[in-house]
Write a protein that binds this ligand. Structure first.
Ligand SMILES: Nc1ncnc2c1ncn2[C@@H]1O[C@H](COP(=O)(O)OP(=O)(O)O)[C@@H](O)[C@H]1O
Ligand SMILES: [Mg+2]
Length: 548
């Protein structure tokens, strides 16, 4: 298409290229010019250079490698969209990431091995974004509408006021083919000329009273000022205009109710703006006001999200400190309780041995209760210490043979009570990944509970095996046919000291299941219990890290 080639060659695209390989920069530039795309390429090879270039200059197109050392393509894209929401961003990389893998989407993506595809891709994305903005516009009719639609789209992507102003000052000028445009913000009773885009300097950075300039007039009167010759119009402070090129202008308020600013467009010759041009400018001003409002909302929202995140960080840090303190506290309490206990225990024994004869039966009974209680407290402290160790100990993952562990523990239980008739069945070859020491504590607790709570029945049966849980994952279970419990209590059993059976029938401290649950949680799993009174219990747990 020779016609199209000429058209594109005439437009010198301002290209920012992030690429740390000089040869690739050169290859890309050549492939663009060879395929008829005239361009000024500003190449940068690091993140800081790239960000500085974005701030300093304006571009029509941004090309980027998928990343340079210390700065990835996503950050490059985010910065580009933030600064120039309407400017297309194309990834040119050795290995273009598959679509959908990125958070932000580039306008296009090209492999370095396929640079022949670059120029067509550039044409395609530029056509879609209706840049170049230098494209001359002769009528404010259908073309103007087309441009306006694209400006509105770009405005909807703007994330801050600067981006809105950048889009609008260029769009205002191009929409009506003017020689300059300004973006004026209302600041109390002053007009602040915040941005401009013009053939010569205007008033960027200056402030004028609302009552002393035409932007103020259009805001106060909430209507556009259309002035074909400024030197014939009394509303214009002529002295302020003499140093400039301006001969004609249209000033449009942003928002007709309580205007927040105004958009000015200027011509170097006398120019009577048509009704269509004024309509287009008013439509642009209306879209600008929507964009400013959503930018405000966004800033507000981002601030709130930021505050909330900070708050969450602070709270979780506090919680962590609290948790650590609590663990240290329970550890030292348990630890310190031991020494007075040893004293109580030791002196009661001494009393029994040395003065036993002086005590009557009642006295003996009292002493026995004291030693019994002291021993129970010993067990409690041991269990509490184990519980706090389980939470604090570092984990060492390895393959663990649960079946062998269970058989070993079962043998230990049988050896300790050789008279008991109990059947213990263990599914073979259950190998998992986890901390061997901690998983041993799990099985010891579950199996010894099963052993304990079947002690009062004749044909005790205990089983360790696997079954799928509700979501199809492997669950490991320990089941028995013993005393069981009320299933409504199932969830409570995992809190320390919760016991459903009296100490006189089934001795224990009530810390075992709490320990078990913590270990399972540390492995990323869950543990649940099912039971019925006098019909046995079943504890089953998952181990998501167990990949064998
Ligand atoms: N297999 C089981 N059958 C019936 N009840 C059980 C079983 N395992 C645990 N429980 C109930 O859960 C309570 C808490 O168990 P655990 O924390 O191991 O403490 P302990 O074994 O020291 O009593 C037990 O006291 C008992 O009431
Ligand atoms: Mg127990």
């Amino acid at each position: 298409m020779p016609g199209e080639l000429v058209e594109w060659a005439e437009v010198k695209l301002r290209v920012l290229h992030l690429e740390d390989n000089r040869d690739d920069v050169e290859l890309v530039r050549r492939s663009l010019t060879r395929d008829g795309i005239g361009c000024d390429v500003h190449a940068v090879s690091t993140g800081p250079e790239y960000l500085a270039a974005l701030q300093r200059s304006e571009f029509d197109l941004i090309l980027s490698d998928s990343g340079v050392p210390g700065f990835d393509g996503q950050s490059a894209m985010a910065a580009a969209y933030d600064r120039f929401p309407g400017v297309p961003f194309i990834v040119v990389s050795g290995n273009p990431p598959p679509a959908g893998e990125l958070g932000l989407q580039p306008a296009g993506s090209i492999a370095k091995t396929d640079l022949g595809a670059l120029a067509p891709e550039v044409r395609r994305v530029l056509r879609n974004s209706s840049i170049p903005t230098e494209e001359p516009l002769t009528t404010a009719g259908a073309d103007g509408m087309r441009q306006l639609v694209s400006v509105v789209q770009r405005l909807s992507l703007a994330r801050n006021l600067q981006a809105v102003m950048d889009i609008v000052r260029r769009a205002a000028r191009n929409l009506v083919n003017a020689d300059g445009a300004t973006f004026v913000l209302r600041d109390g009773d002053m007009c602040y000329y915040a941005e401009e885009d013009a053939i010569g300097p205007l008033w960027k950075g200056k402030r004028f009273p609302l009552t002393a300039c035409i932007s103020g007039w259009s805001m106060l009167n909430r209507q556009a000022a259309v002035i074909p010759d400024i030197y014939q119009d009394a509303r214009i402070p002529h002295n302020a205009y003499r140093p400039t090129f301006v001969q004609a202008l249209v000033m449009t308020p942003i928002r007709t109710i309580a205007p927040v600013g105004a958009i000015g467009v200027y011509w170097a010759d006398n120019h009577q703006a048509t009704a269509a041009e004024v309509d287009l400018l008013q439509a642009l001003a209306d879209s600008t006001s929507v964009a400013i409002e959503s930018v405000d909302l966004l800033a507000n929202l981002e601030e709130r999200v930021h505050d909330r995140t900070q708050e969450l960080f602070r709270r979780s840090a506090e919680l962590e400190v609290l948790n650590r303190e609590l663990e240290a506290f329970s550890y030292s309490v348990a630890h310190d309780l031991r020494s007075p206990l040893v004293t109580i225990d030791g002196f009661s024994r001494l009393l029994l041995e040395n003065c036993g004869t002086q005590l009557d039966a009642e006295g003996h009974g009292h002493l026995e209760r004291i030693t019994g209680a002291a021993q129970r407290m010993h067990r409690l402290i041991d269990d509490l210490l184990e519980l706090s160790k389980v939470v604090r100990a570092p984990m060492h993952h390895a393959a663990v043979d649960l079946s062998s562990l269970a058989l070993e523990i079962a043998q230990g239980l049988r050896d300790a009570a050789p008279d008991r008739q109990a059947q213990i069945e263990v599914e073979p070859d259950l190998i998992v990944e986890g901390d061997a020491g901690l998983l041993r504590i799990v099985l010891e607790n579950l199996l010894s509970n099963a052993w304990k709570f079947t002690s009062k029945i004749d044909a005790a049966r205990i089983e360790f095996g696997t079954r799928p849980d509700r979501s199809g994952r492997t669950a490991y279970y320990v089941r028995d046919n013993g005393a069981g419990f009320d299933p409504r209590q199932a969830a409570n059993l995992f809190s320390p000291f919760r016991r459903l059976h009296p100490e006189s029938q089934f001795p224990g401290t009530g810390v075992g299941l709490a320990t078990v649950q913590r270990i399972i949680h540390r492995h990323g799993g869950e543990i649940t219990a099912e039971a019925a009174v006098d019909r046995g219990a079943c504890f089953s747990f998952t181990l998501p890290t167990a990949g064998f």
